[in-house]
Design a protein. Structure first.
Length: 161
């Protein structure tokens, strides 16, 4: 079997962030499962529209809030797998205006106890060097995950924003 490396200026990136949430796993899972609930638990998401792709798979298209001079980022996610039994969703993402390609991600919720769980988002993608200082794919994705999971934890604990 032959494996190929990304082209120069591109690198394979893996990001994983988790958050302990003081709420039952099923409650957190139900919140995450609603595709456009992302607008409630992530402050950087401006709008979200739920749809289905040409194969009938659940999808969502969301637009991020404008940050400085950078063009608005849009994302189109398509679910590849959803399992309520293991509380996991896997999806592919097409992202506009961020230096990433071939983005695959997974979000899962794991019970710790009856009143606590761990929410985790993991992804693997190709980070592309656009030659713009400060525009690092790994940092951008890590920050996005951290902000969303942190707010999810605050919401579930009744602390809102």
């Amino acid at each position: 079997m032959t494996t190929s490396s990304p082209k120069p200026g591109r690198r394979i990136v893996e990001v994983s962030q988790e958050q302990t949430v003081n709420a039952p796993a099923k409650v957190v899972w139900d919140k995450i499962c609603e595709p456009c609930s992302l607008t409630q638990w992530h402050d950087d998401v401006e709008t979200c529209e739920r749809s289905h792709d040409e194969k009938g798979r659940l999808a969502r298209h969301y637009v991020m809030k404008q940050v400085g001079e950078h063009p608005v980022t849009t994302m189109y996610e398509v679910e590849l797998l959803r399992s309520d039994e293991i509380m996991t969703i896997a999806y592919i993402v097409d992202i506009e205006n961020l230096p990433v390609e071939h983005y695959h991600a997974q979000i899962s919720v794991t019970p710790i106890s009856d009143t606590q769980c761990e929410a985790r988002i993991r992804s693997r993608f190709i980070g592309v060097d656009w030659g713009i200082p400060g525009l690092d794919a790994q940092n951008i994705v890590t920050d996005f995950y951290t902000k969303g999971l942190s707010k999810m934890g605050r919401i579930m604990e009744g602390k809102g924003t």
